[in-house]
Design a protein around this ligand. Structure first.
Ligand code: PNS
Length: 173
């Protein structure tokens, strides 16, 4: 999908990778690295959802994601509220990336993808599978494990682990 310089009718693929990212995990990072091989530009879209109780503020999540992806070319970070497809459309994106870990993810993801397609038929959802080493990681479980004293190294980037330790265990970094 990435553009080919030899063609005259070049089409640049802009993709959105949306989510809550509370916190950003190594599973998310794996998806970003896979997505940027398919798209010319990838926008990580952090949902601003005041109703959903989050551990990290949106500003903290922007910083957290930036620390981890800043060295990856053509990856940007943005926030959105309202409909994802409207944000995609405003951003000039034609692709929405979602990760599928297990079959249990599929039903909810299919429903969202079909609803988004109904709202904006010109935007395609692409499902990517995280590498098997990451297929069991979720933001929710990472928070639960660290809260209960478990080891989360390797599940989140080191900078994110530091933030989690500070927030949930009161450790000074
Ligand atoms: O990381 P998450 O929490 O699984 O991400 C869910 C997200 C942000 C992709 C989804 O909640 C979303 O798209 N919200 C925006 C509102 C919207 O467009 N709703 C209709 C989707 S069918």
């Amino acid at each position: 999908m990435a553009h080919d310089d030899s063609t005259t009718s070049e089409k640049r693929i802009v993709a959105i990778y949306p989510g809550s990212f509370d916190p950003f995990t190594n599973g998310h990072l794996d998806l970003v690295e896979r997505s940027i091989r398919l798209a010319d530009r990838l926008i990580i879209g952090i949902l601003r959802n005041e109703q959903k109780a989050a551990l990290f503020t949106v500003d903290e999540r922007i910083e957290m994601v930036r620390e981890v992806v800043s060295a990856i070319p053509n990856v940007e970070i943005a926030t959105f509220d309202g409909l994802l497809v409207d944000f995609a459309s405003r951003s000039g994106a034609s692709v929405i990336i979602r990760g599928i870990r297990a079959i249990s993810d599929y039903e909810y993801e299919l429903q969202m993808a079909l609803m988004n397609r109904r709202l904006r038929p010109d935007i395609e959802t692409v499902f990517l599978m995280a590498g098997e080493a990451h297929s069991f990681i979720s933001s929710r479980l990472v928070k639960e494990v660290i809260r209960l004293g478990g080891n989360i190294s390797g599940l989140v980037p080191p900078s994110v682990e530091g933030r989690l330790r500070k927030r949930l265990l009161g450790e000074q970094q």
